[in-house]
Design a protein around this ligand. Structure first.
Ligand SMILES: O=P(O)(O)O[C@@H]1[C@@H](OP(=O)(O)O)[C@H](OP(=O)(O)O)[C@H](O)[C@H](OP(=O)(O)O)[C@H]1OP(=O)(O)O
Ligand SMILES: Nc1ncnc2c1ncn2[C@@H]1O[C@H](COP(=O)(O)OP(=O)(O)OP(=O)(O)O)[C@@H](O)[C@H]1O
Length: 487
């Protein structure tokens, strides 16, 4: 069965069980399996498990009777948003096109049974969904054609860096959203210790602050740091810290590992996070990377007097380094949650907003405005939004606006929640086959040797418009937990 999607891509049926596969991990929205022979991952959507009888019947009707069109439409829309917008905004060196595949009901049923023992208890509140899934490169491995020049294990570091930038309109608190959330986690018992990690430090452009942030991530990884050796998770919040020492020793191919080698490794990681990486720039589309910096510098003066406990100061990151690619999207939101919530509430009071219709609208806008770059389109809307706020005449300016004005906030929210992977493997001393690796992907770490390195950014799928309401409530909960614990 081969289907044609609206994106004009052939949807290929994929059988997972008749090839080598492993469980890679899962988040709130997707479960990921790795197909090591293909060096690909399959990203399978998850759905809420029905709890009540009514939910059970609705789910049954939806899945088994009304299934195909509705579910296909969801997955197709996710893919369209990813391919038409997010890939262009991030750039082809860090993301790859997703290939739609179809997984049968029977296969999902069999997989669910096998996966029972692998899935963490806290994630079992959702089922995996049959039908459309996405096939993507597995960033825990390097491209096959580089293999002949490389030796030793492949190490991949996954970081979910979270919000490294707070719009000026939202800076009412001395703590950034991530640090505030630590108090909620502490209160509900999901963590024992507050992490010293602050995303503002990781994105600060200051090496001292970045290195401190990386040390904190390693010491208290929560769901923000993982290390994979040859595709297998060897260090995360559930593993002993020694595992990290061991894997660093192996990657450096040293007999001895000392505290010092971990420091060397963190320095190396910091350098990699700051290295421009644009070997695949031809696929970058025509998005202009520099558009939004000016706007922020104009707003900065207004707010420079706030007292902070998190350090809100920051230096520019080198263009095209992996952190800069993420931060640039986070900074696309100038108006902040405060103003986006007001607009969302206003539009919703005029007509109930559909959570996903914005995707069709923004994709259509991009296509009719070609060759204008998608980032410029979003920034034009955002600029106008901020201009309206500046006029300060309350809700009346909202009459001229629609949900497209909320899209920059949604894009920034996706960037606030995405993950990155830095993957590395040592280059053989004899350097045979080195010509297969783009020069830009080889990094020299002095006595520790040369490494081939690749970067990936993932979890760039759309969020519903209702996330704005969720963020409003979430922020109030965070502030309250902070006040309760610190007062
Ligand atoms: O709201 P946040 O900042 O806590 O982020 C949520 C994440 O929590 P985190 O703090 O990273 O542990 C949360 O991650 P976990 O499930 O906690 O691993 C999801 O990523 C969630 O996104 P979505 O609802 O699946 O689209 C994330 O929600 P939104 O990005 O939709 O807000
Ligand atoms: N392209 C990829 N290459 C390698 N590993 C990946 C890739 N995509 C996802 N993963 C792995 O699968 C895990 C779950 O994927 P992902 O974070 O995209 O799930 P999610 O449900 O969308 O997350 P969230 O809870 O943040 O919404 C990741 O933590 C990562 O370890």
């Amino acid at each position: 069965m081969y289907l044609k999607s609206n994106l004009n891509q052939t949807v290929v049926p994929l059988s997972i069980l008749n090839q080598e596969w492993t469980y890679r991990g899962e988040g709130n929205a997707n479960l990921v399996l790795s197909l090591p022979n293909l060096r690909k991952i399959v990203k399978i959507r998850k759905t809420e498990k029905p709890v009540t009888l009514v939910q059970f019947l609705t789910e049954w009707l939806f899945r088994y009777v009304l299934w195909t069109d509705k579910i296909d439409a969801y997955s197709e829309r996710d893919l369209m948003f990813y391919s038409d917008l997010m890939v262009h905004l991030i750039g082809g060196s860090f993301v790859s096109p997703a290939v739609p595949v179809i997984i049968t009901k029977k296969e999902i049923y069999d997989l669910s049974i096998i996966l029972k023992s692998e899935r963490p208890e806290c994630r079992k509140n959702k089922n995996i969904q049959f039908g459309r899934a996405s096939l993507l490169p597995d960033y825990a491995f390097l491209p096959k054609e580089w293999d002949s020049a490389l030796t030793g294990p492949t190490l991949a570091i996954e970081i979910k860096p979270k919000q490294g930038w707070v719009p000026f309109y939202d800076r009412q608190c001395e703590k950034c959203p991530f640090c505030l959330n630590q108090y909620v986690k502490l209160k509900n018992g999901s963590i024992k210790n507050i992490s010293g990690y602050c995303p503002l430090d990781l994105f600060s452009g200051s090496k001292t602050r970045m290195i401190n942030a990386l040390h904190c991530l390693l010491n208290n990884p929560q769901n923000n740091f993982r290390a994979f050796k040859d595709g297998i998770c060897v260090y995360d919040e559930c593993s002993p810290f020694e595992n990290m020492y061991k894997v660093v020793k192996e990657i450096f191919q040293q007999n001895q590992t000392t505290k010092n080698s971990l420091d060397v490794f963190i320095n190396m990681l910091c350098e990699l996070l700051l290295k421009p990486h644009c070997y695949n720039q031809k696929d970058f589309g025509n998005c202009d990377i520099t558009i939004n910096n000016v706007e922020h510098s104009l707003l900065i003066k207004e707010d420079s007097k706030i007292s902070t406990k998190c350090d809100f100061t920051h230096h520019d990151l080198p263009s095209f380094c992996v952190l800069e690619r993420i931060l640039a999207l986070q900074m696309i939101d100038l108006a902040g949650l405060k103003n986006n919530f007001l607009l969302y509430k206003y539009l919703n009071s005029k007509r109930t907003l559909d959570n996903w219709e914005y995707i069709d609208k923004i994709c259509k806008l991009i296509s009719t405005n070609k060759p204008k770059c998608p980032k410029r389109i979003l920034m034009d809307y955002e600029r106008k939004f901020v201009e309206m706020i500046g006029k300060g005449d309350g809700e009346c300016y909202f009459d001229e606006m629609d949900e497209i004005y909320l899209v920059p906030y949604i894009v920034a929210s996706i960037a606030n929640d995405c993950s990155l992977m830095v993957t590395m493997r040592k280059v053989k001393k004899e350097r045979q086959g080195i010509e297969n690796i783009p020069e830009d992907c080889i990094f020299d770490f002095g006595d520790n040797g040369q490494f081939a390195v690749n970067f990936g950014i993932f979890d760039l799928y759309p969020k519903p418009l209702s996330v704005i309401q969720k963020h409003k409530t979430r922020n109030e909960r965070r502030q309250s937990a902070y006040r309760q614990i610190t007062s």
